[in-house]
Ligand binder design. Sequence first.
Ligand code: FES
Length: 353
Amino acid sequence: MSEQSKEVAKSSHTSGAEHVYDGGLNVVHQDAVKDPGIEPHRVRMTDKSKKHEKAAVRQVVLLFTLSMLGSAFALYAYFAFPLSADLITVRNNTLFLGVGITLGLLGIGIGAVHWAKTLMPDNEVAEDRHPIRSSEDKRAAAIEIINLANQESGFSRRKLIRRTLYGALALFPLPGIIIFADLGPNPGDKLRHTAWKPGTRLTQDPFGTPIKASELTEGSVFHVIPEGLNPDQEDYLEQKSKAAVLLVRVDPQILKESPEKKDWSYQGIVAYSKICTHVGCPVALYEQVTHHLLCPCHQSTFDLVDGCKVIFGPASRPLPQLPIYVDEQGYLRAQSDFLEPVGPSFWDRSVKA
Ligand code: FES
């Protein structure tokens, strides 16, 4: 016992505390409850009656069979009630698939518990702690115990139970595997492209009014979508959200443009994707004095005059820039689509389409 512990122990005794302090921080209760030992063994009906034992076997077999039927029903339900746009098919698919999987799992679980509680030996056994690696004698004894358990549980002998359990365990994972098919079709190159095409006019969100370069004064911000997006098209919202752009005019002198992006802006007018490269919130806050764009979700901050580089927050890459030009009538148009995917990074973003 350290000197400090001795001091603590001494002061505990003198102050009449309830505990004495042994080595380290171990607290020993003086009035610790005595070990009551193991409860006396109660003989079960299945221990004394062959009739009850056979009934228990039938019940376990029934439960494992129920599990097999449940899993098979889940497989049937997946194909019999395919998902479609109709809400009733969604309800039927999830309801019947869920019922089948539930029966599959419950049958295995309840069957195994019932088997253990009614047919396997239920004598409680206590064993003192011992070094982690057992001696050779004990290892041999363990194997003997396993063999005995096998013999007593009837795992080898009760072929019907064993086979139905194998069947239930083999069928149960199948519905879980097959529903992976519902993760949806492969997105293909959808994540790499937006509705911007060479020559598409920049229009105001939400009215779709084309924008002239002369309408933008220094410090002004426009929320922009590509011309021609049709609200009636099926993927309108998806296309609009991917193509959303922030159009800002600043003093051309303060723009730090790399040589290859020199002609991507027009007299201080720059267009950047509005979709945050962290997890995709709209970057909608522009601070005129600092020229910073702020994402309200997790405060990623982008420097508009320096290629929208990240200067704060969890985003890991700059906002992609949309190359623009002005036509003969003075309207702003896209030179092309974004040259890199917009929004959050994904697994193979660096691979060129
Ligand atoms: S989504 Fe923009 S910072 Fe997280």
